[in-house]
Design a protein around this ligand. Structure first.
Ligand code: FE2
Length: 466
């Protein structure tokens, strides 16, 4: 697609402070550790995020080349390594020595003819499935990454002809099946969505294609034991709008929020749509079913952040904060609306759980909390006890900014383990990995691993034990 689509907003231009990329690929061992690493914490925290190699003016945060950061803990010692994901785009730009693509826009008009059309950046998440480490970004197939060297191994297609493939697949804790979806499945800015499942061994079980009421940026979805829910929310994509010089993706509050419910494992099944007031969700904490109802805990915005309105005007920052919110869909009733209940007054993002409770009733959730100053900058971690309603909070001193909190299991019980986050310290310009007791965040970090290189603000990561 060579159509020139320009984002009308520069709000999300991201090359300053800890949004700025790092330019070195390094490895370092025997890192300085403050405090004491917990016995039993053994494995690697992998993180992924945008790290543009050739930043263009106006580059959207979402458009930077993926870079993997790996922090390994082995017998009380810690080491670090980082590598760009060498996507087809990265290799073409490496050869050209300059940027050849623009976010959501395909190749630049003056890109050389030899350059490919694949602008995938593999910059959003990194997960393990069927023994493979996968860098994910929702527009393209997963990219295989070598666990120790972080070498790029190329696309892993699981039998699919192409992407899109979500950066937020859900793994069933009982069967190991990975449920996935992909939007823009029938072309750029289309209403086609693909939904499917890959078994624990990496075999494609089934895949189906369906149409949504309108084209939406569907970043995450909801999976329970028996159902899949696609949140079609009014951060809309429009090819005609983009061709007229407007934004490819924009906030369009005249459209309703539409939640499409499918039965899992039934590719021929119908989609049932539930409707609610306009809102936006990047991330789902967890979801489950009980008594004919489906509950989903999500980080919900009144208005989508990081994107302009359809006329190109900037959004309202006061409405662009996400709050932990419960959606309830009555699957046994005849109605088509869903319930919305705010669960916490702290704005935040990046909700995570002990993934052994994926799609099941659960007790423990964590998210990164925003600063009270309304800036939206992340400044703390919240542990939410979903059963008692209790909250356990930690605010980072000296302006420290956490990444997504990732749970690392210790014992068999839900929540028995540690919470890991990479914290950027603006005063020193350095990053460190901090380790908390997962259900006692308020006591502060048990240990901190000083990293030899800044880790730019990124998106998601996984702890791989062992
Ligand atoms: Fe995400």
């Amino acid at each position: 697609m060579d159509t020139q689509l320009e984002l009308a907003s520069m709000d999300a231009t991201a090359v300053q402070d800890n949004y700025a990329p790092v330019h070195s690929e390094i490895e370092a061992d025997k890192l300085v550790i403050r405090g004491e690493l917990p016995r039993g914490l053994q494995g690697v925290l992998y993180r992924n995020g945008p790290n543009p190699r050739f930043p263009l003016p106006g580059l959207h945060w979402f458009g930077g080349d993926g870079m993997i950061h790996a922090i390994a803990i082995d017998n009380g010692q810690a080491s670090y390594r980082n590598r760009w994901v060498r996507t087809p785009k990265w290799r073409d730009e490496d050869r050209a020595g300059r940027a050849l693509f623009r976010t959501f826009a395909g190749k630049l008009p003056d890109a050389p003819a030899w350059a490919g059309k694949d602008g995938g950046v593999a910059n959003t998440h990194i997960v393990q499935h069927a023994g493979q480490l996968l860098a994910l970004e929702e527009g393209h197939l997963p990219t295989g990454i070598a666990p120790r060297t972080l070498e790029t191994l190329g696309y892993v297609d699981f039998g699919l002809p192409t992407g899109p493939f979500t950066a937020h697949p859900k793994t069933d804790p009982d069967t190991g099946e990975m449920v996935f979806f992909g939007y823009n499945a029938t072309g750029m800015l289309s209403t086609g969505v693909r939904v499917g499942a890959i078994d624990a061994g990496g075999a494609l079980r089934h895949v189906q294609e369906l149409q949504t009421p309108y084209c939406s940026m569907i970043h995450d979805f909801i999976v329970t034991q028996n159902h899949i829910v696609l949140p079609v929310l009014p951060l809309t994509g429009s090819l005609p709008r983009a061709r007229q010089g407007g934004p490819a993706y924009a906030w369009e509050p005249g459209k309703a929020a539409m939640l499409g419910v499918l039965a899992r494992g039934n590719p021929a099944g119908e989609v049932r749509w539930f409707e609610g007031p306009p809102c936006y969700v990047f991330h789902v904490m967890n979801a489950w079913e009980a008594d004919g109802r489906l509950h989903a805990d999500v980080m919900m915005y009144d208005e989508a952040p990081l994107f302009p309105h359809a006329d190109g005007s900037a959004g309202n920052p006061a409405r662009q904060q996400a709050y932990l919110t419960r959606w309830t869909l009555d699957l046994s009733g005849a109605g088509n609306s869903f319930g919305v209940e705010r669960l916490d007054d702290a704005a935040g993002e990046f909700p995570r759980i002990d993934e052994r409770r994926n799609g099941l009733p659960y007790r423990h959730g964590w998210f990164a909390a925003a600063d009270d100053d309304g800036s939206g900058e992340l400044a703390g971690i919240v542990h939410a006890d979903m059963v008692t309603g209790a909250r356990d909070r930690y605010a980072f001193p000296d302006g420290g900014v956490p990444s997504e909190p990732v749970f690392a299991a210790r014992g068999a019980d839900e929540g028995d383990g540690w919470m890991l986050t990479v914290v950027w310290q603006p005063e020193t310009g350095r990053s460190e990995m901090q380790i908390f007791e997962a259900c006692d965040i308020a006591s502060g970090p048990l240990a901190a691993i000083e990293l030899p290189q800044r880790v730019p603000f990124g998106f998601h990561g996984s702890w791989v034990a062992g």
